[in-house]
Design a protein around this ligand. Structure first.
Ligand code: UDP
Length: 239
């Protein structure tokens, strides 16, 4: 069997990834399916850090436009990511996979505070480590949190899960002739406003030379195939 290409990865799932078509913010079957994908990676010896967004429950900027104070609404958004992290923790534990949730906001009766060295220790021991509550600061996104944590834990690769194959020139569900980019640089993504992640996150990855794969992780086994060297999705690099 082909060799694993990464020892430690950071996987970013949007909150919407946990939603079902039927509605409802968290679909247990979907969470269980995603948890199984993550467990398969761990079983292959890969250390997995996870960041899950909160958009299935609440997005701060949207609430702020409804008249709520932006800082308060972002704090609500960060708490939404904790709810998702707990759902994923539960699903992983159900599968027998050791897991810890660490948060950037102190909620220590529910989960651990984020301490980098402790996070790295969890990863080394084979525990999935879910980084919740984003960066702990308003006005940021969980994409930025994922980039930050990936760099902090020395992940070799960040994987951003999407519902499409990778990065396109336009939304392929809306624009029939949207062009797929198998490989691009962070500067190209920024200059062409390719809607991969917010600019803060892209710049953080670029400046710290963290490669990123944008891919559809709802295709069963795709991340595992990527880890075995298959060229899946879009690769974004510094140069
Ligand atoms: N958020 C924040 N600071 C952070 C990360 C997230 O304030 O560092 C808030 C923000 O309101 C955001 C919400 O949490 O809208 C949910 O995160 P995000 O929108 O990134 O989730 P996703 O779109 O990935 O589901």
């Amino acid at each position: 069997m082909s060799q694993i290409i990464c020892q430690r990865i950071l996987l970013k799932l949007s909150g919407e990834a946990l939603m079902s078509e039927k509605g409802g913010s968290i679909d247990p079957d979907i969470v269980q399916r995603l948890a199984q994908e993550v467990k398969d990676l761990c079983d292959a010896g890969i250390q997995v850090g996870l960041v899950i967004g909160g958009g299935n429950i609440l997005r701060g900027a949207e609430k702020a436009s409804d008249g709520l104070n932006r800082v308060t609404s972002d704090q609500m958004g960060m708490l939404a990511t904790v709810i998702n992290a707990l759902a994923m923790q539960d699903a992983l534990e159900y599968l027998g996979q050791p897991v810890r949730v660490m948060t950037a906001l102190k909620i220590n009766q529910v989960c651990e505070d984020y301490i980098r060295r402790r996070a790295v220790r969890h990863l080394e021991k084979g525990r999935v480590t879910i980084f919740a509550a984003g960066t702990g600061n308003p006005f940021f996104t969980t994409d930025t949190a994922a980039s930050l944590r990936a760099i902090e834990i020395d992940a070799q690769l960040m994987i951003k899960a999407t519902k499409v194959k990778g990065v396109y020139s336009a939304d392929p569900n809306k624009v029939a002739d949207a062009v797929f980019y198998p490989r691009l640089t962070y500067d190209e993504a920024i200059d062409q406003r390719l809607n991969v992640m917010d600019t803060t996150a892209l710049v953080l990855c670029r400046d710290n030379n963290l490669p990123m794969r944008v891919m559809n992780i709802f295709e069963p086994g795709a991340v595992m195939r990527l880890m075995r060297g298959e060229d899946i999705g879009s690769l974004i690099v510094r140069k």
